[in-house]
Design a binder for this molecule. Sequence first.
Ligand code: HEM
Length: 588
Amino acid sequence: MTTPPQMLLPLFFFKLTNNNKHMQFFHIPYHSNTKTMTKLSNLNLNLNLTTPQQDLPNGNNIFTLMQHIQMLEILLAITVFIVIHSLRQKKHYGLPIWPLLGMLPSLFFALRTNLYEWITDVLKQQNGTFRFKGPWFSSLNCIVTADPRNLEHLLKTKFSLFPKGRYFRDTVRDLLGDGIFNADDETWQKQRKTASIEFHSAKFRKLTTESLFELVHSRLLPVLESTVKENVSIDLQDILLRLTFDNVCLIAFGVDPGCLRPGLPKIPFAKAFEDATEVTVLRFVIPTCVWKAMRFLNLGMEKKLKESIKGVDEFAENVIRTRKKELSLFCDEKQRSDLLSIFMGLKDENGEAYSDKFLRDICVNFILAGRDTSSVALSWFFWLLDQNPEVEEKIVEEICRVVKQKEDIDMKMKKEEFFEGLTFRPEEIKKMDYLHAALSEALRLYPSVPVDHKEVVEDDTFPDGTVLKKGTKVIYAIYSMGRMEAIWGKDCREFKPERWLRDNARFMSESAYKFTAFNGGPRLCLGKDFAYYQMKYAAASIILRYRVKVVENHPVLPKLALTMYMKHGIKVNLHKRDAEEIHKYLRG
Ligand code: HEM
């Protein structure tokens, strides 16, 4: 018969006391004579050298054997007690809490599966918020939340109480420096204000639409067409990353890196940047003292990070050098509407021009903001379309409705020529509500920034009652929010663009604290409007021309990094859409 767990602890104490009684009965005092001591050493010797049968007549031997067995039992009882006690904490805290290690073993286990799904499961069990307890020697304690009330509190109502904080800054500083993603207070305000004025200027809007138009028609579509002609599959995520990289470099720094070209040249920067974001995020899940020691000794992942940051820096320094040279030669900084030129013309708090290091940080942060986010969102979107062909149909229908309204469209045009030269104006892109909804739905399920971080600077309490002590770290789990029945209903895991449509199939946005893919409050994404325009333009241009089919059995998994890349990219085959099919919609 097995002992019930609740009996193990009393049993353990019983054994201890019982054991002591024996110990007292056979106790050999320190002042015992040499004869007794000799007997004892003989006994030890006997125990080692004789067989159990030979020991039987010897009472002392049996006792020692029993003592060993009892010790084993005690150890076993302690172990079982600890295991049961730790596992029982799961009911209350969502995860087992182990002595010294806290919840770290569960986290390590989760790192081998899908970390975001694991966080979601724990959050669901704990009604939207849980406290993660790290090992006693680490700085991993934090509150994880997916409750919209807490998000509104954190991102808007009490914004000043929740900066990014020192822990976040120290963890990502090697890569992001003092750039906008990593800055608080004045350093953030200054960058936000400058970038915000720029993003809302007519000049900048013109630059963004023109550069995107050029990139889609002169680079993206020809590259895609060549893969169709050659009948080869491609990694669509790679192509989209190239598109958004060229785009962000054009609008933010006024340089054209030319990544998206026939032959898809190797881009050392891209690899270095992806490696750097991957290793940086690993720092969040291992104790600070461990990665700091590894950095000091230049070991393992820290060695890799150092090397990749070198690759990132080389690119940024080259951009800054070239831009400075151009500005000194042509003195036309006033004419320039890219962000880097604007920052180069500004002065810091001492009235000095910004240092090259600070300009480097600005470059790297804008690449992270503008390159990775839209491209990974589009990759997940195309994957979801592959799984939901009825949504794809509706998008094609909508695009055709918009095309039909173009006054310059010639319906009698030969079918083969139809797609050539078919472009969209910004007001036409605006009319694509269903496409807008489908992209929002993809971002709800696969937000480009899956988790984000804040730190508490003053004791406070969340609207859900969670007590927050000064210095507590808060993780808001954007990925999990899209999978909460309490927020989106029973069908939360389904891809349903219709949930975003209201009267007359018009797109209706949601509260930023429920749909947090673009953050909310004073730190709302500055590139949101541009990102939607860019994603809609690229998606509409591709979908109208091609059916995008994911290669069978291609593994699709999120990668652990600052943005939610697909771990193995997304291998697809493009099938040219039949012009007859499009004409059918146009006539209908
Ligand atoms: C699908 C596309 C995008 C998504 C999902 C997205 C999401 C986000 C999120 C979640 C943040 C908050 C990050 C944080 O504070 O930790 C953010 C901030 C920001 N985003 Fe975006 N973003 C997208 C595209 C873009 C683009 C294309 C640009 C610019 C070219 C851009 C520029 C920025 C900037 C400058 C910030 C910093 C705002 C601040 O801290 O004040 N974003 N974005």
